[in-house]
Design a protein around this ligand. Structure first.
Ligand code: KE4
Length: 430
């Protein structure tokens, strides 16, 4: 099957650029690094997206993670449709916020308190402020290639769209903001130890994606997370897991459950809202009771805990909590995808590597191993871009960047994977 026309997407993108910076409301959607015209989506259902020209695409972005159940799952959409008839936003507490907080406490090991916000950025930004407020220290360590949203302090050697657009230094961020941001390569303990030695008793936190997803998918090497946990405990540094991508995806309890590591503060996004704008940061009562109005670390939001967003999140998390076969299914589908891809590309002249954890996966051409951001930047980006467009032309919608992760939804079937493998064989034969 080959896409014949995207004329309406082309017209819409031209129009969009007259009214929206770059024609998009988030840079990664603009196809800047892969080139070409972004596809404008009209609707989505299950495993598929449908564009403004009526073309169908098998979706491996799934809204960059939230659509873990597949698009427009009836249990979620029906809950939203019912909720909106009772009003959209109150700016006052509701019982549903208690229910979703209690459900999250059931699903995620070791947290006592949950504060809802409206994005992953807000969750990570607030988690850092809390760590600084709780410890009284300002410096923190982030890892090269990790992306924690667009708060000033995090836009240093960041992954995702910052890497995709190769923005070395983001204008508008005062130099003194980033002087407290220390960086180290992912999977590199000695550099962390040196930073701590050089900044004794000044570091409030280490924040990381426990499985990195913004330089492609980069898993933690053996004992990396355990060693970080030990170092943080010993040095009185808070360990912050940014589980915006991994949370409720790698397991009901996220990476903390998968790796058996307890972070001091955990940030969530994406799946937690089931596609609606939701983020959260969580931790022990000892730490979270420093958040206003219980404490003095101020953070607020007009639409935090919004009833419609909470309805979508609660319905999504409830399905994941009550049917653990979903995780087995998406993990098995991802392993099947990886196995089929390895079969195809091992016959291909171009070296490659596929990294995956659970239902997160990425393909890197030109490198045997991708253990950190430097490895990821050495990959053959032009070849990835050609692959991206070949698959898009044949109705398979991959993340439009080599610095992103594919997300497998529960709606994707083995037959879908077999089709993808056929298209990949054809790509290699071109
Ligand atoms: P948001 O503010 O976009 O909801 O979340 C920021 C964020 C924080 N932490 C991690 C690990 C993330 O992956 C993200 C956002 N992820 C990107 C995709 N890599 C969102 C897509 C976009 O920027 O449009």
């Amino acid at each position: 099957m080959e896409i014949s026309s995207i004329a309406n997407s082309i017209a819409l993108f031209n129009k969009a650029q007259q009214a929206i910076p770059g024609g998009v409301n988030s840079p990664v959607r603009a196809f800047k690094s892969v080139g070409g015209n972004p596809i404008f989506i009209k609707r989505a259902q299950g495993a598929y997206l449908y564009d403004a020209d009526g073309n169908q695409y098998l979706d491996f972005i799934n809204s960059w993670g939230p659509a873990i159940l597949g698009h427009a799952h009836p249990y979620v959409t029906e809950a939203i449709q019912k909720a909106v008839t009772d009003g959209i936003s109150f700016g006052a507490p509701t019982e549903l916020e208690i229910q979703i907080a209690e459900l999250i406490k059931e699903m995620v090991p070791g947290i006592d308190k949950v504060r809802m916000v409206n994005s992953g950025t807000e969750a990570c930004m607030s988690a850092l402020r809390l760590a600084r407020g709780y410890t009284g220290k300002n410096k923190f360590i982030k890892l090269e290639g990790c992306y924690h949203g667009h708060a000033d302090a995090f836009l240093v050697k960041a992954g995702s769209g910052v890497a995709t657009l190769n923005i070395q230094s983001v204008p508008g961020i005062p130099h003194n903001t980033s002087t407290d941001t220390l960086t180290a390569p992912y999977n590199d303990i000695p550099t962390i130890e040196q930073l701590i030695a050089d900044n004794k008793n000044e570091i409030a936190a280490i924040i990381l994606e426990p499985v990195a997803g913004n330089m492609g998918c980069v898993p933690p090497m053996a004992d990396y997370l355990t060693t970080l946990r030990h170092i943080c405990t010993k040095e009185n540094i808070l360990l912050i897991f940014d589980e915006v991508m991994t949370g409720f995806r790698l397991a009901a309890g996220g990476a903390q459950e998968l790796y058996g590591i307890k972070a001091d503060i955990v940030a969530f996004g994406k799946v937690i809202g089931g596609g609606m704008p939701v983020g959260a940061y969580c931790g022990s009562s000892e730490i979270m009771n420093h958040v206003a109005p219980a404490g003095k670390v101020y953070q607020a939001g007009t639409l935090s805990g919004n009833p419609i967003a909470m309805t979508a999140g609660y319905a999504t998390l409830s399905l994941l909590h009550n049917d653990k076969s979903i995780y087995n299914n998406i993990n098995n589908t991802t392993q099947y995808l990886k196995m089929r891809m390895e079969g195809v590309f091992s016959q291909h002249a171009m070296p490659f590597t596929i990294n995956s954890v659970g239902s997160m996966l990425s393909l890197h051409f030109g490198q045997q191993n991708v253990y950190n951001f430097a490895d990821a930047t050495q990959c053959n980006i032009p070849h990835f871009n050609a692959f991206f467009h070949y698959m898009l032309k044949h109705g398979v919608y991959l993340p439009p960047s080599a610095f992103e992760t594919w997300f497998v939804s529960n709606a994707i079937t083995k037959e879908n994977i077999d089709y993808c493998a056929e298209m990949m064989v054809d790509f290699c034969r071109k």
